[in-house]
Design a protein around this ligand. Sequence first.
Ligand code: SF4
Length: 370
Amino acid sequence: MEKGSVWDLPDVPEGQLPPHIQLQRTRVHCNSDAPTHTENVQYSGAYSSLGVDNSLQLEQFRKNFRVDVIRLEKEEMEFDMVGIDPSLANAFRRILIAELPTMAIEKVLIANNTSVVQDEVLSHRLGLIPINADPRLFDYKSENDDPKENNTIVFKLHVRCERGSPRITVKSDELKWLPNGSEFSLETSAANSTSKPKTYTSFHTSQETLHDFSKKPIAPCHPDIILAKLGPGQEIELEAHAVKGMGKTHAKWSPVATAWYRMLPEVVLLKEVEDERAEKLVKTCPVNVFDIEDVGKGKKRAVVARPRGCTLCRECIREDEFKQDIALRRVKDHFIFTIESTGALPPEVLFTEAVKILEDKCERVITELS
Ligand code: SF4
């Protein structure tokens, strides 16, 4: 093979396959027009003519798989998942969005609403408020179940803008948790009745005595979500009942604002880019992937300093000038995963819960097959 061919490409991953095949197997090639080699080669006999066993090996997977946490904040987390198939990375994304339960307002009992926001719009807005309650401590409530302390959270909202006062903004912090359940009477009890009037919930005990709710009272995750504006003389009085559900039923139960991933970008300089050309290249990239390195004797050259930041805009290979000098690739089994929680559970807990759900699914399949 002559010099200067694909065999000499820098950063070609090592493997039993010839470098150009190994490159096609492990990297998506991002060309100026369209990406190539996007497929994941899963067929076990794909490279048998070259003496390579391409079948999935559990031992190999165990050896290669790793998770590196890059950034962990209260509501957001970025981590690298390496050595995994895109279908599995996507399974985690879908579980996070649609199959991890949370608590969300499902039923709104409106006693009075004289605001300009219609009942159904107000109910919809209430439904989308993330509730700071661990869903693992509650049961699902079916149509036929009574609303009890283990399956329902009740909030009350009663705000009035007095005549002569300025307009007021009703925010989510006005939702007050009722640990003893609903306060609205289900039926008008007889005037001489001494028994407690029946309400819309049947709590046997206060939720404050359960778990550690007395230390951490249940409330919306964010206190400043605007629900409505009230003018003088307007009033809202309602009860909102939250139950456990999943994002696949309605997006309000999704525990993530977003969960997404991208393949690790790989930016490779195939040839030296020097002096004025180096400066031009640095200016071309909108996210500063390239830097200038001093090589002495007044000479400069471009280096790839921040490849992870590459957004693959292809600006650097749009013009013919650098097309032959730069290779833009994506690593097929390295995913930069970002989870943005709505606040009910921390992002790291959401991921571990997603792993448990996938594990359960696998166990179910194994049981069905055996
Ligand atoms: S593709 Fe865009 S972001 Fe990536 S290195 Fe080129 S110019 Fe920069």
